[in-house]
Design a protein around this ligand. Structure first.
Ligand code: TMP
Ligand code: ASP
Length: 242
């Protein structure tokens, strides 16, 4: 049984920790209750967020495996812990958008809520120091952040993730507005990495437009812990711990 002890801690991010295991090719990803926004400027502890996001991300990574999309995820080994392959994170985040919202609305000075005719794929350079600036595929190639074939695989996988997730959320009466993915290199191939969770997605209840994602925290719209519990109940048909 793996226990996340301080001597094994290898990296601490804003919402997760990475622990070494006895096998150098494997790590444990540990989900914390910490929430941050605006690149760490706003911070809070959200009760049970780590447990909820860990289980949701497990569910979605397993869904993607069935859809033929490889990921670093192997299995969930504790309420907040996932066993994963070691990957080299590609420093290019991929955002897929179905509806105009967030930084796209702000950048172009348009209202949120407009449905896009087809999914829009955007790229951001993963750099806390620079606040994740937008970059295009040519820029990412020429700056040496990712190879052309890697970006092509990332785009294809991202669109396939979008198809699978959109169908899933549709069935629960929720619109998948947008989401962010990260990818890594493992054994010479590109795999999905990090997490798929409401921390990195926008989810709007179709009937009411109510936000069911981390924007509740970013924009002070209510209690994020309550929102995430509700989402958990919708997805798993049972309340957390019940
Ligand atoms: P954006 O509209 O702020 O660019 O966000 C697009 C999507 O990416 C949204 O679903 C939230 C997610 N996201 C992250 O996961 N991490 C981040 O640091 C940011 C800014 C957005
Ligand atoms: N993840 C980023 C942060 O911590 C931004 C965000 O999700 O809004 O601050």
């Amino acid at each position: 049984m793996f226990a996340p002890t301080p001597d094994k801690l290898r990296y601490e991010g804003k919402a997760k920790q990475i622990y070494a295991t006895d096998d150098p090719a494997l790590i444990v990803m540990h989900y914390k209750d910490d929430a941050t926004a605006f690149n760490g400027v706003k911070k809070a502890q959200i009760a049970d967020k780590g447990v909820i996001n860990c289980r949701l991300s497990t569910y979605f990574m397993e869904m993607m495996a069935k859809a033929g999309i490889p990921s670093a995820f192997i299995e969930q080994i504790g309420p907040r812990d996932q066993l994963c392959h070691v990957v080299e994170i590609i420093p290019v985040e991929v955002v897929v958008r179905n509806v105009v919202a967030g930084s796209l609305a702000k950048r172009l000075g348009v209202p949120e809520g407009g449905r896009l005719a087809r999914p829009l794929v955007e790229h951001f350079y993963k750099s806390d120091a620079l606040n994740d600036p937008q970059i295009n595929e040519d820029g990412a190639i020429l700056m040496g952040y990712a190879a052309g074939w890697e970006l092509a695989a990332m785009r294809e996988y991202s669109l396939r993730v979008n198809d699978a997730l959109r169908t899933f959320w549709d069935g629960l009466g929720v619109d998948l507005v947008d989401f962010k993915l990260e990818f890594g290199r493992q054994n010479g191939r590109v795999v999905l990495a990090d997490e798929i969770s409401p921390d990195g997605s926008r989810l709007w209840e179709r009937a009411t437009g109510r936000k069911l994602d981390k924007d509740v925290f970013r924009r002070d719209l209510g209690d994020l812990s309550e929102t995430y519990r509700e989402l958990y109940q919708r997805v798993f048909g049972e309340s957390l711990g019940g």
